[in-house]
Write a protein that binds this ligand. Sequence first.
Ligand SMILES: Nc1ncnc2c1ncn2[C@@H]1O[C@H](COP(=O)(O)OP(=O)(O)OP(=O)(O)O)[C@@H](O)[C@H]1O
Ligand SMILES: [Mg+2]
Length: 363
Amino acid sequence: MPVRHLRISGVRNLQPLVIDPHPHVNFIYGDNGSGKTSILEAIAVMASGKSFRTSQLKHVLSHDHDRMEMRVGLSDPDLGECDMESLRLKSGDHLLKLNGSVLTSQAEAAHWLPVQIIEPNTFKLLSGSPEERRAFIDWGVFHVEHTFMDQWKTFRKHLKQRNAVLKQKEAEWLDVWNDGFIESAEAIDAQRRAYLSRFKPEFERILKQLDPEIGVSLAYYPGWEKDSKLADVMQRQQERDMVLGYTQSGPHRAELRIKCDKQPAAEILSRGQQKTVVAALKIAQGALFQQESKRSTIYLVDDLASELDEKHRFALCRLLEELKCQVFITSIDKEKLTDVWKPVASKVFHVEHGNLNEETPNE
Ligand SMILES: Nc1ncnc2c1ncn2[C@@H]1O[C@H](COP(=O)(O)OP(=O)(O)OP(=O)(O)O)[C@@H](O)[C@H]1O
Ligand SMILES: [Mg+2]
């Protein structure tokens, strides 16, 4: 479901822009500070409600504006041509609409606009907290299992209730909440497990194409002792949970362990190798999503050249081309984008002081 039409205003230094991106490859180049990342950031904010650069969206709003507005025209296999709008005010209020009807959650926007981001800080998926890797697994599950979001909400409710009981030291109420907690926890675990068993071979295939010399293994930890039943673990940990005032084990503690020679990959691999592994994770996720949903991901690749040599840039671009999905890819140098790779179909945009202009092919 490529973005056919894009309007952005009120974002960082960008002048209000209106473009018709190419359904496959969009190269965006320009000097430092010209606004390249801001364009990708605007698309990411619209899709996920979050920026990959800041945890506070107020920083994304242009200093000279009191609102940021984004609008995309999408061509979706289920909905056909559709229009998504996002309005965010300085006050923090925001509104999302699909074909003029208000969307009640950000998850709905994420469903219609599935975006994957590869950017210079992307290696944090390996070195950052387990939460980032849980979010990574859950992106994949959410986009193929339509019951996952509701199951996750049910689990959060049970976890909150159980933690409240633990805090109040109301031991007599624990049994009441345990059953629902365990049932919803196991449902989430089963979906994550099933997803990862399909994901792993895809990841291995992609990583081999990006760099056959990097050996990395993925191991899923459900959030409790691997070979024990959650009900037994809850029983064993009940006293300690009561002392701590929270639930120690469960899918909220799940982890995807990414290892290299039995050591955490983040401790062993170079930055370029880490970026390659993360790119393989993200491309594998998009490829699997495409196979299972017949829809496709939009890739936002910021600063392609950072950390990656020519050979790896080429391999990454070829994989993105094979996916036949839509890509927005930035670089300071036009040559660093087009030297290694000339996709069959693409558009080139130049950004200068927040102004984005499409270049004609012979420029
Ligand atoms: N809230 C804001 N309002 C206005 N301008 C801003 C705001 N936040 C950042 N800027 C400016 O926006 C510009 C664009 O930043 P951006 O990160 O998009 O540039 P870039 O082209 O990706 O640069 P680089 O090549 O260094 O990554 C910067 O000059 C920055 O100072
Ligand atoms: Mg940038």
